[in-house]
Design a protein around this ligand. Structure first.
Ligand code: ADP
Length: 538
């Protein structure tokens, strides 16, 4: 019988859960690590930009403004100079070479600091600074020609023109200085702003880092608690195992956790129930063995007196030959009771001293036919008809002929007893895979709920003169053959017995091409309620 605890499906395995929680913690830590690496990289890029872009730009703009101041102060004293020719060379150099070179340096510094940036705002800012620089450069563009005219006037000693041109150049110079210092302020402001931004980003990065660190710490803690919760039922299973080891076999509901631990608990509780059942069986068997021994003893003791009673009855019958019919009827009644007691004692002895099976390969189909013929007339007395269908391709089966005959007689007589008004008993014998199956169906009332639960219990009977040993003996024999027996109800009424015995391995038996039966197929187990006994060969 394939009983045992129901298997629970594993929905989420412990391994999967632990892996998920591990993955979660790893993800949290990766986020922290990734974010830190990104922040560090950004900080390094910003530091490099400061060094190669912003600071050189600030320096070069400052330098340009300083040079412009020198240029302005030289202009102030140009008309009073003792050696104007030298001054002309200095101004010429400053305007044609020095100033364009410095504007070039400012442009390239703007390019490095802003135009090469990946940020759109920085590029826009760079372009606007470049526009300012170009405007200042354009503003200065006419100065060379004015200076040349100024030096010409000085050489001509045209003081009025020289004074006028110098004043004009000084005014323009100080205007240019103002533009340059505005540019310088703007650059400084932008640098300060960028520095503030970088500082803000740094603070944000630090705050986020702390947040992520706290999250990863919390998630690690949560995952540890989660893993503890997932594994907690294991402790309960261990406690249960200890209790079972100490002898507590009381059934308990298994732990429901939807994972292997739940499955383990269900399997474990199934095992505990099996042990409890085996224990009960053991106790019952021990009790039975004692009862059996006593029964055998008593039976043995009464068999001799029974034999002499039977012998004396025969003698008495002879002596009372010709006496009244009433006396003879009473003698016959005593005789049949003695015979019944004899039969009963035989059954008790057979049960108590069950011999081991002596297996030999026999033609099971033949044996079934023979046994059926043997009881056919007995059954016919109560209007029970016997139909036998055999499968000739069944081949030999290893059986103890005498014991299997006894089984068949028990089952056929039970079928007859179930139909006191008569009916049909159908028997099939056939091959089913690696087994030989004998099916016996009757048209009686079927099994009651009480009978179904206790069918194989020794001494269980619902008959007035039954011993309750027929099916107990049958079960012993079937189990000794490594087979199994199953009772079920038929629709609309009747009982069905299926008895299965192992057949020799396919390679050892002649080819049984089919399981074709002579006669119609057995009706199948029909109703779902079954009573089973025999070797568990799932
Ligand atoms: P007994 O025949 O002495 O009662 P068994 O062990 O052979 O002992 O049978 C036990 C009980 O099982 C019977 O008393 C009967 O109630 C039930 N039983 C057995 N076979 C059938 C059957 N074919 N139909 C209905 N009940 C049955």
């Amino acid at each position: 019988m394939s009983d045992g605890a129901p298997r629970t499906a594993v929905r989420r395995s412990v391994v999967t859960r632990v892996l998920w929680s591990y993955a979660f913690v790893v993800l949290a830590f990766s986020l922290v690590a990734g974010w830190s690496a990104l922040g560090l990289r950004q900080a390094a890029e910003e530091a490099a930009l400061m060094r190669t872009g912003y600071y050189p730009l600030a320096l070069v703009v400052r330098d340009l403004a300083a040079k412009q101041d020198i240029y302005n102060s030289q202009l102030n004293h140009i008309t009073a100079a003792r050696n104007p020719a030298d001054l002309r060379v200095w101004f010429d150099f400053a305007l044609r070479i020095g100033r364009p070179k410095m504007f070039g340096q400012v442009r390239s510094a703007i390019g490095r600091a802003f135009l090469a940036s990946g940020e759109r705002n920085a590029r826009v800012l760079g372009e606007s600074l470049l526009a300012d620089v170009s405007a200042i450069e354009r503003f200065f563009s006419g100065d060379a020609e004015r200076l040349s005219r100024l030096f010409d006037a000085i050489e001509r000693r045209d003081e009025a023109s020289a004074e006028r041109l110098r004043d004009e150049l000084v005014t323009r110079g100080s205007q240019g200085s103002s533009s340059l210092s505005r540019l310088q302020d703007r650059v400084d402001e932008e640098i300060d702003r960028l520095l503030d931004q970088a500082r803000g980003r740094e603070y944000l990065a630090i705050r986020l880092l702390i947040g992520l660190f706290a999250i990863s710490l919390l998630s690690g803690l949560a995952m540890a608690l989660y893993a503890r919760r997932v594994l907690r039922p294991l402790g309960a299973v261990t406690e249960r195992a200890k209790a079972v080891a100490e002898g507590d076999l009381e059934p308990r509901p298994p732990i429901v956790s939807g994972d292997e631990i739940g499955e383990l608990s269900t399997t474990f509780e199934g095992m505990v129930s099996a042990i409890a059942r085996a224990n009960e069986q053991l106790v019952a068997n021990e009790r039975l063995a004692t009862v059996g021994k006593m029964a055998a003893h008593v039976t043995h003791e009464i068999r001799n007196p029974l034999s002499s009673i039977a012998l004396n009855l025969e003698l008495l019958e002879d002596d009372l030959e010709g006496s009244s019919a009433e006396a003879r009827t009473q003698l016959r009644a005593i005789g049949s009771e003695v015979e019944r007691l004899n039969l009963l004692s035989q059954q008790y002895l057979a049960f108590a001293r069950q011999k081991s099976s002596n297996l030999a390969e026999e033609d099971l189909a033949d044996l079934v036919r023979e046994s059926a013929e043997f009881v056919r007339r007995e059954l016919a007395k109560t209007d029970v008809v016997l139909e036998v269908h055999t499968d000739d391709a069944l081949g030999p089966v290893a059986i103890d002929e005498g014991q299997i005959k006894q089984v068949l007689f028990n089952l056929l007589r039970n079928a007859r007893d179930a139909m006191p008004q008569g009916g049909t008993v159908r028997v099939w014998v056939r091959a089913v895979d690696a087994e030989a199956e004998i099916v016996i169906e009757d048209e009686g009332p079927g099994l009651g709920a009480d009978a179904r639960a206790r069918l194989f219990e020794p001494f269980f009977t619902t008959k007035q003169h039954g011993t309750g040993l027929g099916l107990a003996i049958t079960r012993q024999i079937v189990e000794a053959h490594g087979g199994r027996i199953e009772f079920s109800d038929r629709e609309p009424h009747g009982a069905r017995v299926s008895l299965r015995l192992p057949r020799p391995a396919a390679s050892d038996r002649p080819p049984a091409s089919s399981t074709e039966l002579r006669g119609e197929e057995p009706s199948g187990s029909g109703a779902p309620q079954v009573a089973t006994a025999g070797s568990n060969r799932s």
